[in-house]
Design a binder for this molecule. Sequence first.
Ligand SMILES: Nc1ncnc2c1ncn2[C@@H]1O[C@H](COP(=O)(O)OP(=O)(O)OP(=O)(O)O)[C@@H](O)[C@H]1O
Ligand SMILES: [Mg+2]
Length: 600
Amino acid sequence: MSASLLRRLPTTLVNRIAAGEVVERPASAVKELVENAIDAGAHRIAVTLKEGGRTFISVVDDGIGMSADELQLAVERHCTSKLPDDELTDIRTLGFRGEALPSIASVSRFTVTSRPAGADTAWSLEIDGGLKGDPKPAAHPAGTRVEVRDLFFATPARLKFLKEPRTESGHVADAMRRLAMAHPAVAFRLESEERALIDLAAANPSLLGGDAARLERLAAIMGREFADNALAIDANREGFRLSGFAGLPTLNRPTGQHQYLFVNGRPVRDKLLAGAVRGAYQDFLARDRHPMVALFLEAPPEMVDVNVHPAKTEVRFRDAGIVRGLIVGALRTALAAAGHRASTTVSDAALGAFRSHTGYSAPLPMSGGGNGFAMPRGLAEAAAQFMSPFGAPSARVEMPSGEIAAGNYPLGVARAQLHETYIVAQTDQGVVIVDQHAAHERLVHERLKNQLEADGVKRQALLLPEVVELGEDGARRLAGRAAELAEMGLVLEPFGLGAVVVRETPAVLGEVDIQGLVRDLADELAEMGDHLALKEKVEQVCGTLACHTSVRAGRRLTVEEMNALLRQMEATPHSGQCNHGRPTYVELKLADIERLFGRR
Ligand SMILES: Nc1ncnc2c1ncn2[C@@H]1O[C@H](COP(=O)(O)OP(=O)(O)OP(=O)(O)O)[C@@H](O)[C@H]1O
Ligand SMILES: [Mg+2]
């Protein structure tokens, strides 16, 4: 390359290049501006959007403000007030690079107006696609107002990638909620096209303990249900502190969307942290179910590098082992204290002897409730109750019915129901234990799919339509899919702000937990994105519907019902495992039993 081509790029271009990394969409601009307001000690932050932030964003705060001179510097690249000692090892603010304002200002028509508390005038500065004007006196209360018009007008390529306004304002709301969770003492408001998407009052930590204030804020964002079903976490290890709240395993979701993790007040999406959470819950949840958590890690600043990601949403720990250990340890302890731990475990020798009909050879599976909460009921315990001379409270023994010969049926003849969860059947060559809920779920799933392929899913009208509160995004998303969902047997429509009303459900489901079903569906739709047709996701949607079927673990079945279930299983393809890949039954051959007792 000839040397004459080598040159230093003009500042505006440099800033636009930086903007390419820092400002991906309106939500990233809002995130940077709200972080600045938080760093400025604001008590109240108000954001307004037009067209999802594409044509207009304003962020107004009541923080410390800037003088005319400071304004001029603030919009220059690499100007920051947040690194007083020139070290990157002691970052206590959300910002530290001095990149956000110049980046945003280089790709938009940008105005910042500010007045420091105590000063008698405010000053305003305009920057048009990176071209800076002169500060002018202005009228403004103490604090700062940043206005961003025509974002990306200077970088048309980026403009093309923006989604429809609703999607963009949804991303803005998500980014703001994450910041709001970590700062309960600050009031947050987001308005889009004159509608309030977020309106969070400041919690008063002096009236309410710090933890209570935080829980109040989390409840406002994650829902009352979370606050009512969450365990407080507080643990320390080698200078690190983990606090926050972890949902009980029973409060689980089909995606990891409701896991909020923070490092030193900064919302992060970090694989290490998410992996630690998964590890801690793994014994309590099916693989495809996710807990709800909001965890706050305070790390000594020198132990964490926050300068590894352009949007500052990832961090790197100097010692990942400590962090993982702290999270897993703290969550496990809390979950154990909550009394949801596994009880009896079957000895390894016995485990090795169990084989499912389909050659499944992992350890004895735990029975899964429809919501994916593993109910660790040991077989040994079941057996002990079964043998109890005083009669086991939940074991029902059926007398052999004589006429039906076990030899005719691969899954045998039902003999008993244990713990209102397992059907025990006698086969020609051994014993079959069926997880009634998992099995029924599988049958419903197959039936739903068949009905869909044939003439549509049969529906049943609810006597009383049921209203489900979902939050605005969820409700809008579900309502937007109403026609497709109706084809799958679920009839619903929007109901006021942030709710839907359900009128009909798929008949094969029987009586269902509508709240849980609709919430799971909303989460799943969020994960799928708006463009994908549900038809392409039939498997998944049918699975979610089936998951909420009526024959739950814990329901008593008559012998006829049990045998009918076994016969249906034999007649249904794929009935050997439930939708989550867990087996629906295990078979114990007589030879295995004999080996267990040392007879062989
Ligand atoms: N809302 C505000 N109130 C008071 N001062 C502000 C505000 N926004 C920005 N500033 C000042 O402008 C400076 C530059 O802001 P900018 O966001 O560009 O960089 P930063 O926050 O220092 O670092 P980063 O690029 O990591 O966000 C800040 O360091 C701060 O001094
Ligand atoms: Mg900043």
